[in-house]
Write a protein that binds this ligand. Structure first.
Ligand code: FAD
Length: 259
């Protein structure tokens, strides 16, 4: 039986800022999400500088600040829609179905998750909950329980495959067996999911799931995501401080909460 000890987090995609050829404006940032958000914010007040070249007779005002200062102010005044123009896609592997059940409650993300109806889970891995240490009674009990569940999955799968053997479609035959057998898999079963979200949605997720009251596995994931996004876009995520929380699990703080 395979046991997963930590999530694998991959940044799959980020956006590109193409700019508008007819507008004379440049940000001092080269991070597409930051530049796109700055552009969107400046459009609200036409603060691109007087020579930017917009048509329509409006008066353009000067664009004084740096990208970092500009986005800090957006966060401070909670001009949240501006943050929706920066987008990232992550691949999460080695996470439990328990974690993804909590993750998919976040309604502003887009998801594509491994199908337990389509994919055979006979050799599925199990994600060790962070509270359980190897070499303890809790570990032995947890491992034994996962092994029993996997054995039951395989046996039920074989029974249902036999039961539906007259189903002409091979795909449907497999789906019917797998969708039935998966009911025996525990929350610890490993899964993979692709998640796309904008800055505002990622910030909300990080605040809720990086907090001391969040479940430990998703908290570890949220903080790992935050670290990657802080590297990616410091003007959009640099306000968060990561501190050591109770039980040796990190937690997140910011003064610009729930933008
Ligand atoms: C510590 C913790 C414990 C939890 N325990 C439970 C539990 O026991 N049972 C349970 O069912 N869930 C539980 N949840 C999940 C929680 O209720 C939320 O579903 C989840 O955190 C998603 O966050 P969100 O609702 O803020 O919204 P998201 O979907 O992330 O949306 C972000 C924001 O958009 C706005 N929004 C989105 N949709 C709507 C809407 N339909 N109407 C109005 N505003 C909207 C809200 O302002 C919302 O905060 C828990 C979450 C945490 C962090």
């Amino acid at each position: 039986m395979h046991i997963v000890h930590e999530p694998k987090i991959t940044l799959l995609a980020r956006q590109a800022f193409l700019g508008a050829p007819h507008i004379r404006w440049e940000s001092d940032s080269d991070v597409a999400a930051q530049v796109t958000s700055e552009f969107a914010g400046r459009l609200c007040y036409l603060s691109f500088g007087p020579d930017a070249g917009f048509e329509g007779g409006h008066r353009l005002i000067s664009g004084r600040t740096t990208n970092e200062e500009y986005l800090q102010n957006i966060l401070r005044v909670r001009h949240g829609s501006v943050l929706e123009h920066g987008v990232w896609t992550f691949l999460f592997e080695g996470v439990s179905r328990a974690l993804t059940h909590e993750l998919v409650r976040h309604r502003h993300f887009s998801y594509s998750q491994l199908s337990q109806r389509y994919v055979d889970e006979s050799d599925v891995a199990f994600v060790l909950p962070p509270e359980i240490r190897e070499g303890t009674d809790a570990y032995d009990m947890w491992k034994e329980s996962c092994e029993q569940a996997l054995d039951a999955y395989r046996r039920l799968l074989a029974i249902i495959e036999e039961q539906v053997k007259d189903e002409p479609s091979k795909t449907l035959r497999r789906k019917r067996a797998r969708q039935t057998a998966r009911s025996l898999l525990p929350n610890a079963a490993e899964t993979k999911i692709v998640v796309t979200g904008n800055t505002r949605a990622w910030r909300h997720f990080i605040e809720l799931r990086g907090s001391p009251s969040a479940e430990t596995e998703i908290r570890i994931l949220a903080i790992a995501v935050l670290r990657m996004l802080q590297q990616e876009a410091p003007s959009l995520f640099g306000d968060y401080r990561i501190t050591m929380g109770e039980g040796g699990v990190e937690t997140v703080e910011t003064e610009y909460q729930s933008v």
